[in-house]
Ligand binder design. Structure first.
Ligand SMILES: Nc1ncnc2c1ncn2[C@@H]1O[C@H](COP(=O)(O)OP(=O)(O)O)[C@@H](O)[C@H]1O
Ligand SMILES: [Mg+2]
Length: 572
């Protein structure tokens, strides 16, 4: 057995720092929280090289006098609580007194600060946890902390940092969530001296406009709801605007940004059947609860909390969302293919009464099927069985009779498979120029990711260029997307590809683009089809290489042969 010994202070601190500081974005999160706790109304964040080279957060908060400035870097030093009971009532973001000490343990830090009452400012320099000097200095009121060379002394961590854009994407997430959660504070984010976010102190709706752009801001509905254990305010998106991930959902409990599966689930539940599977709303929800109801000390980064009445609060959140959605015209403006809502509620009675809507759906399905019409070059080795379409169940499953039994086909999964193979096999040359380019507005994070994605998207036949400050113009699309009768679809595809957040590697992104195009371009679950369309679909499906599963590996069809049917009916 090796001899036991006690780790030295520096090692202990580096290990502990790992709990709080995972990547540049975590530094920014902690520094912003300190600024907010200091009562700042204006917070400026400067970043170089995705935060790997430099991070600087400057605020106009209360500042510190010399004594406090020196103490602030010591482990477990805090001005926010005195004893454990105080945690019960804590309203500040910080209270554990470990952010500054953790940051100092793994980076080169310079702090300049001045309190309003103080005559002079103070400058403190610390490298890798070692104090390099404290001096007087002339500075404006407030605090500015510069963090350079993060993880310079912890190579194992340094190795795990990703590309500048990926790190920047994480930073954008943090700043976005902070700005949305504190819309009364002004936030500015600069990367390599370019302004990425400028969000002045204003009403929440206006902050949404600055962060997510006009298109999203227009489609948000206010939430105002009170229940026994919580009060809810904020905004949620109309069903017409949804995303492929939960990225654009922000929850705040007593101003603290938290992630919570229970709350995300409750939010989605509030939409009932208004959103299809796999689509998520955009939301900014501020929940205020009695401080005694919430335990904020369950996670070092504090982005998870424990609620004493989580179930009741989740239920109330669902009601708050339903309430916000009720009484609004939720049918989206023009984009027929985005009309997830009315395709869902389509039933035979509705069809009789509102024939025009049915025709819109059928026309849309026709358009989608036409895109995937193939030439004669059959790839499939699969013998296409003799098939007679019998009908459709629940506007999703196609029921057909084959020479030997019964076949049930998932129309969406089947069409996804068809599109997937076509997109996968199409090349840059299979591109189609648009007569009218499509302009899409992106939020700051999406913008950064978009620049990284463009070369990959171009491989598929998209042609995309920057257009103005926040927008991109799409001038060509893959041919399989057809004659672009629907700009909304392209917009959705791009947003979906981007909203997954990080770009792993070339195969990762190609695959994702292919799957997204296939999924979003495919006939929807809930679309009524004519017999002819169902036949067309089956025809196309059996021309694919692998007709039996969708790109995600789910089956496109199930089959009961005569034997299986006989067994079911105990005839054998
Ligand atoms: N931007 C700032 N403005 C004023 N005081 C600050 C600022 N950042 C840190 N401090 C002071 O330094 C202390 C230590 O900060 P930190 O390590 O983040 O611990 P915590 O926030 O948990 O108290 C804080 O309690 C606060 O008094
Ligand atoms: Mg703190």
């Amino acid at each position: 057995m090796p001899k036991i010994h006690i780790l030295d202070e520096a090692t202990i601190n580096k290990i502990a720092a790992g709990e709080v500081i995972e990547r540049p974005a975590s530094v920014i999160k902690e520094l912003i929280e300190n600024s907010l706790d200091a009562g700042a109304t204006d917070i400026k964040i400067e970043v170089e090289k995705g935060g790997k080279k430099l991070i600087r957060v400057t605020d106009n908060g209360c500042g510190m006098d010399r004594e406090d400035a020196a103490l602030s870097f010591v482990k477990h030093s805090t001005s926010k609580i005195h004893r454990i009971e105080d945690i019960e009532n804590v309203l500040t973001m910080g209270f554990r007194g470990e952010a500054l000490s953790s940051i100092c343990a793994v980076a080169k830090v310079e702090l300049v600060t001045k309190s309003r009452e103080g005559l002079a400012g103070t400058k403190v320099v610390i490298h890798g946890g070692k104090l390099n000097g404290i001096t007087d200095t002339g500075v404006p009121d407030g605090t500015s902390i510069t963090v350079e060379d993060i993880f310079f002394n912890t190579p194992a961590r340094k190795k795990y940092m990703r590309s500048d854009s990926t790190e920047l994407a994480h930073i954008l997430d943090i700043v976005t969530k902070s700005a949305l959660g504190n819309n009364n504070v002004s936030f500015t984010l600069l990367h390599n001296e370019n302004v990425l976010i400028r969000s002045p102190a204003s009403r929440l709706q206006e902050t949404i406009l600055h962060i997510y752009g006009q298109e999203v801001a227009r489609e948000m509905l206010p939430v105002n709801f009170s229940s026994r254990f919580a009060t809810f305010t904020g905004v949620v998106s109309k069903p017409a605007i949804s995303r492929g991930t939960m990225d654009a959902q922000s929850f705040y409990i007593n101003s603290r940004n938290v992630t919570s599966r229970a709350l995300s689930f409750a939010l989605k539940k509030g939409y009932g059947t208004l959103l299809p599977q796999g689509r998520f709303p955009i939301a900014v929800l501020k929940i205020s609860v009695d401080t005694a109801e919430v335990d904020v000390n369950v996670h070092p980064t504090k982005n998870q909390v424990r609620l004493s009445h989580e179930w009741e609060i989740s239920e109330a959140l669902t009601l708050a969302v339903t309430d916000a959605l009720s009484g609004h015209d939720l049918v989206p403006p023009v984009k027929t293919t985005q009309s997830l809502l009315y395709e869902k509620i389509e039933t035979p009675t509705v069809i009789r009464e509102e024939g025009s809507r049915f025709r819109t759906v059928v026309k849309d399905t026709q358009r989608r099927l036409r895109r995937t019409e193939m030439g004669t070059d059959r790839k499939s080795d699969t013998e296409k069985p003799q098939i007679k379409v019998l009908g459709q169940v629940d506007a999703l499953y196609v029921i057909a009779e084959t020479n030997d039994g019964l076949m049930i086909i998932d129309q969406h999964a089947a069409h996804e498979r068809i599109l997937f193979e076509q997109v996968r096999d199409s090349k840059r040359e299979d591109s189609q120029e648009l007569i009218v380019p499509i302009n899409i507005e992106l939020n700051p994070k999406e913008k950064v990711l978009m620049k990284e994605c463009i070369p990959y998207l171009e491989e598929f036949g998209f042609l995309i260029s920057e257009f103005g400050a926040d927008a991109f113009a799409i001038t060509a699309v893959p041919r399989v997307l057809g004659k672009l009768e629907d700009p909304g679809l392209v917009h959705d595809i791009i947003i979906d590809v981007l909203s997954e957040g990080k770009i792993k590697d070339e195969t990762g992104i190609s695959d994702r683009v292919t799957k997204t195009i296939a999924c979003r371009g495919a006939i929807k679950a809930g679309a009524n089809c004519t017999y002819e369309q169902m036949e067309q679909l089956i025809e196309q499906l059996f021309m694919t290489e692998n007709p039996y599963t969708c790109p995600h590996g789910r089956p496109t069809m199930v089959f009961f042969n005569r034997d299986a049917l006989d067994k079911l009916f105990k005839r054998s």
